[in-house]
Design a protein around this ligand. Structure first.
Ligand code: NDP
Length: 683
């Protein structure tokens, strides 16, 4: 295969550097794959283009429309994944490694698309938390809202996940309505560029919403301002440099880093060699050492096991690691490829040398690697290497990261000691605990959670479904404090909100309703001649209200409801016992009776645009209802969310049930599906 000059996608066109660029060779055979350079590229213009073309194009789309675009891209890429696997193999990835990177990346797009559709409204503004009442009379209220930043999300990626790495950052930013500039790590940029090219060719994303910079990001960083962000993944060294970048500091550019960390996996003190958890521990450890040849920010570097189990763990791990076949991806039987480059191989060996100051190398000999289908001289091959610490307190094993197929087994005295040793990592992305004892899990969790972004507790019950120690998931946070970079990515909608500005809006209820698109208590209500259930989504407005009642509740109603439903709890049926109840002091109506009677007061029974009631939110019973109380319900359209691609949408109604004294007895939101038009078709 020929080497190709990678291009950047800038300001709506592909840009080819004006010089020869830097050669990138494959770690499989040392053959040149690509050349990378950004000479001649106007990076400041890229930032402006993102803000002036990409930002407005995204702002014109709702969260749901952005989600639909992202889903279409995910499906398109998935359909053509064979060519990405072929390119991925040149980075040293086996099929298993590529599945994590390629399928993992596309899956992240689909996951974000689906989450955004389910958890965000079909709008461009996201409400955060309840309305805060700031004055006694209710004329001055406040609420937090999230809106899209008007800048560009710059991502600087590590070499190890050329596909997942850029998509896991792109998806949340895109949903948030913020354009992205992707800067891939030079060593594997050819795979990123190929996937990116297919995205652009698909025409599915608005112009300016994504750009690609292959080469030097320095001029881009110089062009960033206070609405922009930088999300970095890579070495702690580069993270520290960027954190102190004068332009980023001067302009308060939002900066997050995800750096290398010495993740730990603990074998619980309850696990014996014949327990199923022992096998799970060993399997997980050896898998984490060998997937992506150990070049995963989440891989296990420190295997913490009870002192008495060190020998058993090493023996069992050796038996598995001896079966690993190192070689060229795709060659017969190969289960682990090379690391990404000869330089990386040198770095790993240097780190192993340093580790050997405090540990013995007990599995793997870097001077004697059997390589299938590749040449050990030109390829960046390493064997899996397991070390045994000679001093668990020695700083080396907690501080030196060998970013390759390397882990160290460390013996601990008791759980408190294990917790203390884990914390010596100074903050990690993930830790795992293998135990069948939930109480032990709590003890470890309380000890180590402050140092981690994610914790996996593995045992025989969840093992089959477990996604594993090393897999960040789109719905869970990915990141960690301290040494791990201090950043946070993903985590479902949390990851979207990282790209949005949270603002507290203060004003009257009417202003709040108008600005946020959600009716709030105290805002004007409209009680028209027509029942709001007769109105289609196109006709309904927030604030449309129906008042039903009063309806007197009788003792017979309460008795009937108790018999009919079988809910004969004494507070509804036994006058003496109910009288002794300190909260009620006598028979009270069931809360569900109140809600059912309220429904009877507000529904319009004839067929119409309201199709279904799909639940209630935030139901609270505030005042006990007794026989002879008279109930009135006020139902107000609170939020209207048309569903894209459907003939109906969601309407959230504010429901307040009051008694004859005007005291609220129940408050809740009723959730309904309502047709977009009276004849049931789309608008
Ligand atoms: P680097 O930190 O050197 O590079 C990461 C990214 O930052 C690359 O895109 C790189 O671009 C870019 N970069 C490097 N220097 C600068 C700079 N001064 N300004 C702006 N961008 C810059 O990490 P490597 O990929 O070289 O890996 C080195 C070590 O980092 C590994 O051995 C491992 O210990 C750790 N690592 C951690 C990862 C994690 O996921 N947490 C992932 C990968 C590595 P370019 O490639 O063009 O130089």
């Amino acid at each position: 295969m020929d080497s190709r000059m990678l291009e950047s996608y800038a300001c709506g066109r592909w840009h080819r550097a004006t010089d020869e660029g830097r050669a990138v060779v494959s770690p499989v055979d040392g053959v040149e794959v690509a050349r990378v350079s950004s000479t001649g590229l106007d990076a400041a213009a890229m930032a402006r283009y993102a803000r002036e073309t990409g930002g407005p194009a995204l702002a014109a789309l709702t969260f749901h429309e952005r989600a639909a675009a992202l889903k279409a891209v995910g499906l398109t890429l998935m359909a053509g994944k064979a060519e990405f696997y072929a390119e991925s193999a040149r980075t040293g990835a086996t099929e298993r490694d590529s599945a994590v990177d390629v399928d993992g990346g596309f899956g992240t797009l689909l996951s974000y698309a689906s989450k955004a559709k389910r958890e965000l409204s079909n709008d461009v503004i996201h409400l955060d938390g309840p309305v805060e009442q700031l004055g006694k009379k209710g004329t001055f209220v406040a609420r937090h809202v999230h809106t899209s930043r008007r800048g560009v999300a710059v991502q600087i990626n590590a070499y190890n996940f050329p596909v997942w790495g850029f998509l896991e950052k792109l998806a949340p930013a895109f949903i948030a309505g913020v354009p992205t500039i992707v800067k891939p790590a030079t060593q594997t940029a050819y795979l990123t560029e190929l996937v990116f090219r297919r995205i652009i060719e698909s025409g599915l994303l608005p112009e300016g919403s994504v750009q690609l910079l292959c080469g030097d990001p320095a001029p881009l960083l110089d062009a960033l301002g206070g609405q922009d962000s930088v999300a970095f993944t890579g070495s702690a060294h580069t993270a520290a440099k960027l954190r102190a970048h004068p332009v980023l500091v001067a302009n308060s550019v939002h900066f997050t880093a995800e750096a290398d960390s010495l993740n730990a996996s603990v074998l619980g003190a309850d696990v014996t060699p014949d327990a199923p958890e022992f096998e799970l521990y060993i399997k997980q450890l050896t898998t984490e050492m060998t997937v992506k040849a150990g070049q995963k920010c989440t891989a296990i570097r420190r295997a913490l096991v009870p002192e008495s189990m060190v020998d058993a763990v090493i023996d069992a791990a050796r038996a598995r690691l001896d079966r690993v076949v190192v070689g060229a991806p795709g060659a017969e039987g190969v289960t682990m490829g090379p690391v990404v480059s000869l330089a990386q191989r040198t770095d790993v060996l240097a780190a192993v040398d340093k580790l050997r100051g405090a540990a013995d190398l007990v599995v793997g000999d870097p001077d004697h690697v059997e390589v299938v289908g590749g040449d050990p001289a030109t390829g960046a091959y390493l064997p899996p290497m397991l070390l045994r610490s000679t001093d668990p307190e020695a700083p080396e094993v907690h501080e030196i990261e060998a970013f390759g197929p390397v882990a160290t087994v460390i013996g601990y005295r008791d759980t408190a000691h294990a917790v203390e040793l884990i914390a010596r990592g100074g903050g990690s992305l993930v830790a795992s605990l293998v135990t069948a004892d939930p109480q032990l899990a709590r003890e470890v969790l309380l000890g180590v959670a402050p140092y981690h972004g994610r914790l996996l507790v593995l045992n025989a019950e969840d093992a089959r479904e477990s996604t594993g120690h090393g897999s960040p998931l789109p719905v869970l946070v990915h990141g960690g404090p301290g040494r791990a970079g201090g950043g946070e990515e993903l985590g479902g909608i949390r990851g979207v909100l990282h790209h949005m500005q949270r603002t507290a809006i203060q004003g009257t209820p009417e202003v709040l309703a108008a600005t946020t698109g959600q009716w709030v208590t105290g805002a004007p209500r409209a009680e028209g001649d027509e029942h709001p259930f007769r109105k289609s989504l196109a006709e309904l407005r927030i604030g449309d209200t129906i008042v039903g009642g009063p309806r007197t509740v009788t003792l017979a109603d309460i008795g009937h409801f108790a018999e009919f439903t079988g809910d004969t709890f004494y507070a509804h049926t036994d006058p003496e016992a109910a009288a002794a109840n300190p909260l009620f002091g006598g028979i009270v109506a069931h809360g569900y009776l109140v809600v059912s009677l309220a429904a009877g007061l507000f529904v319009d029974p004839a067929p119409g645009p309201v199709l279904a009631n799909f639940g209630v939110d935030s139901l609270r019973f505030l005042t006990p209802v007794r026989a002879d109380d008279a109930l009135t319900v006020t139902l107000t359209a609170k939020q209207i969310t048309p569903r894209s691609g459907a003939d109906y949408g969601e309407v959230r109604w504010d429901a307040v049930v009051t008694n004859q004294d005007g005291a609220p007895v129940a408050t809740y939101d009723v959730l309904t599906l309502v047709a977009k038009t009276r004849d049931g078709g789309a608008e």
